[in-house]
Design a protein around this ligand. Structure first.
Ligand code: SF4
Ligand code: SF4
Length: 227
């Protein structure tokens, strides 16, 4: 799923500064599951904004709503009336949902209340792990289902590097202690699968033009288009 974290409250306040009718819009799909931007979180943020306005002696109307998915315009029709009434929409969806709102309701001001951070896999309650960078050319068929693009700190296509030690990666930071070496994990799983020979395959440099660094991408499924 796409994961996101709420922006610091001060940053949110700056984004809505000077506006007196604010709509906090949640999205009830990925960001709701990752406990960041669903209807419940939208309601909480709306309350915080109301309390802040009251404390500052300002008259500000703050409403909240949520779309099933902000990234799909069909669902935005259901919240259009509320959007219409607002001076500014504070979207709690991922970056796709926010831009979808901004495009659908242009020139309405739509600003982000969250920072979209990764494509993550739930590990346990309230913990998500990055598992895919949407690189556009998936290689995990040869790497035992482990993504070297996001799980190797250097995104190496041929590993491990000399920084792999006892199964751990040399790249550590206070937030990222004891990162497993992705290529060590790949080796262990390839062995378990009896496919060790794949470790000796030399992979060419990755074609990053197929990733977002090659410019915005577009996906079209001709066969699914109406005739
Ligand atoms: S190789 Fe690319 S598409 Fe496959 S999991 Fe990794 S980032 Fe995602
Ligand atoms: S130690 Fe492993 S995970 Fe870390 S950069 Fe080297 S190959 Fe990648």
């Amino acid at each position: 799923m796409i994961t996101a974290e709420r922006k610091p409250f001060d940053e949110i306040l700056e984004l809505v500064d000077g506006h007196n009718k604010i709509l906090v819009a949640g999205c009830d799909t990925c960001v709701a599951i990752c406990l960041t931007g669903g209807e419940k979180e939208a309601e909480i943020l709306a309350s915080e904004l109301r309390m802040k306005a009251q404390a500052d002696g300002r008259e500000v109307e703050v409403e909240h709503t949520a779309a099933i998915r902000q990234c799909e315009w069909e669902y935005l029709d259901m919240i259009a009336a509320k959007v219409d009434e607002a001076d500014v929409v504070l979207s709690m969806a991922c970056g796709i949902g926010i831009q979808s709102m901004a495009e659908k309701f242009a020139p309405k001001l739509v600003v982000p209340a969250v920072n979209t951070n990764m494509l993550g896999m739930p590990q346990e309650h309230a913990v998500w792990l990055e598992r895919c960078g949407a690189c556009g050319e998936c290689v995990i068929g040869e790497t035992a289902g482990i993504c070297p693009v996001v799980r190797c700190s250097k995104s190496l296509m041929n590993g491990p590097c000399g920084g792999s030690h006892d199964g751990k990666c040399e790249v550590t930071t206070p937030e990222k202690e004891d990162i497993d070496c992705a290529w060590h994990l790949i080796w262990e799983r390839l062995k378990a699968q009896g496919r060790e020979e794949l470790m000796h395959k030399i992979r060419p440099p990755k074609d990053w033009s197929k990733s977002s660094s090659g410019g915005p991408r577009k996906m079209v499924k001709e066969e699914a288009k109406p005739v």
